[in-house]
Design a protein around this ligand. Sequence first.
Ligand SMILES: [Zn+2]
Length: 412
Amino acid sequence: MTKADPARIARHLDELGAIGADPAGGFSRMVYSQTERQAHRRFRDWLEEYGLTTSTDAVGNSFGVLPGSEDLPALASGSHLDSVYQGGNFDGAAGVVAAVEIARVLAAGGGLRHPLKIIAFAGEEGARFGAPCIGSRLLTGAFTEDTLRQLADRDRITAWSAAREVGLHPEDATEARWDPADIACFVEVHIEQGRVLEARGRQLGVVHTIGGSTRVELTFEGRADHSGATPMWLRRDALVAAAEFITAVERRAQRHATTVATVGTLQVQPGSLTTVPGRVVLGLDVRDIDSERQRELTESLLDDALRIASGREIHITARQLSDQSPIVLHGTVQNVLAAAATRQGYSFISMASGASHDAGHVAKQIPTGMVFVPCRDGISHSPEEHAEPAHIAQAVDVVVDAFRDIDAGAEV
Ligand SMILES: [Zn+2]
């Protein structure tokens, strides 16, 4: 039987790497940019070469379909082709290239009873418009045309205009919604983006849960004063309050193994060496695979912020940016993937995903699984990101085996 070909996977990744290489380093294939669209066209070219029929919907998700011999819902796989600013060439791309290879292997074997659907989602990364998984959320109906009109990038270009600008039709977003009944099962291959697989010495991960995340923007409002003329006792330094808060975030998050909390953005105003910081805006991201703990920690941290601020005569405002619950992936799909990995002779662990993925949104409607591939040193969202084509090929072998198993009657 045809096996996945690491050399072909490497070649496809190289072809993608030629699209959106950022002069400043890494790859910038931003959602609804010409480079993202170019990557989608390349994706369709590959699939057409393997005999699939391809299309791109009104909001930029691209598909390839290999018909089945029977009238059944499709088996589907895919990921995304956009990146963060100056990201790597593997986050998303590895899963799309894997899905293309799944199609090639299955097409070479004469196809299945089920149709096969290969997907490149538009705009998974939240880097440009703040909201991640735009394409998959439009497909599942969680996002609408209005959402696209509300989301704007740092140049105040809305997702709606950006989509129009690259030739898409956001005004027809409703038509892009899929009928979940058309898909029997979805599996996303993705790089792990962490170090667990390397540390445990396993070839693959079968994901059981995608962690939830609550994101809050906090503003600490104090008073900007002359740094020389204002004695310490008269200051209302917003940055010192924020610093105290940030250490509280670290302390509280350390109390549970599955919890992570990060302050990843910080704006200090007026941002002058000789002025006491009057205003600080920071971004807090709280994640867990337990939704109660995720919400409780966020609340405790907001209480901390209030307490710290009141002691320093600082005024606090908080704005929730997003709130996603953890998603438990389908046990039946996990079992089929684990059985396939065992048959293929690859070592694997069942693991949680700290990062969010399109699969999490698909899972709300369709039985869904994820297969993680190790990435070197766990580095991701960086030009240094790397996954071995041979490891991606192993994930392809597992999904192909799992799809054949489902096609032969295994329950999902
Ligand atoms: Zn990704």
